[in-house]
Design a protein around this ligand. Structure first.
Ligand code: CUA
Length: 165
């Protein structure tokens, strides 16, 4: 026979857990959308940097330059495209609202290794998403425990053993 706890105690415990989840600083980074200006330079046959990381919700300003010949910039997933002439800084502004990994590649034929001019944009998902998920899980668990401990939800065996004892 499972020992029963006071329903109030269970509510208090899960209530506390919910409060902690809501207000505790999340380990790692917290979500704070900001404006990120990032300079990407294109040369034969690479982008520098070849890897850019932002947070979901960030406003991203890409400053694109080409230091040898004409290159292009195409960003998968966001459908952004720009032609980059040497000596002219091109600007692309967008909100990184889609999390995931997106490739950016050269969009102008610039030489034999042009197909290999590929970089990667990483958009990190917001932590509020995980916080919300944790909250839902804790709430569901709390409700189940509450129902179980108040006897409104019992397994068949439990009901049997209750009536037989
Ligand atoms: Cu650079 Cu194609």
């Amino acid at each position: 026979m499972a020992r029963r706890f006071s329903p109030r105690l269970i509510l208090a415990l899960f209530g506390m857990l919910v409060v902690v989840l809501l207000f505790a600083p999340w380990p790692g980074k917290a979500y704070s959308p900001s404006t990120r200006a990032i300079h990407i330079d294109a040369t034969q046959f690479a982008f520098a940097p070849g890897r850019v990381q932002v947070q979901q919700g960030d406003r991203v300003i890409l400053k694109l330059t080409a230091s040898d010949v004409v290159h292009g910039f195409y960003l998968d997933g966001y459908g952004l495209q720009k032609r980059i002439e040497p000596g002219v800084t091109e600007e692309v502004t967008f909100t990184a609202d889609r999390p995931g990994k997106f490739r950016y590649r050269c969009a102008v034929s610039c030489g034999p290794l042009h197909p290999f001019m590929i970089g990667e944009l990483i958009v990190e998902a917001n932590t509020p998403y995980w916080r919300a998920l944790a909250l839902v899980l804790v709430a569901a668990l709390g409700m189940l425990t509450y129902l179980w401990q108040t006897g409104k939800y019992r397994s068949y065996q439990e009901v049997l053993s209750d009536t037989c004892s």
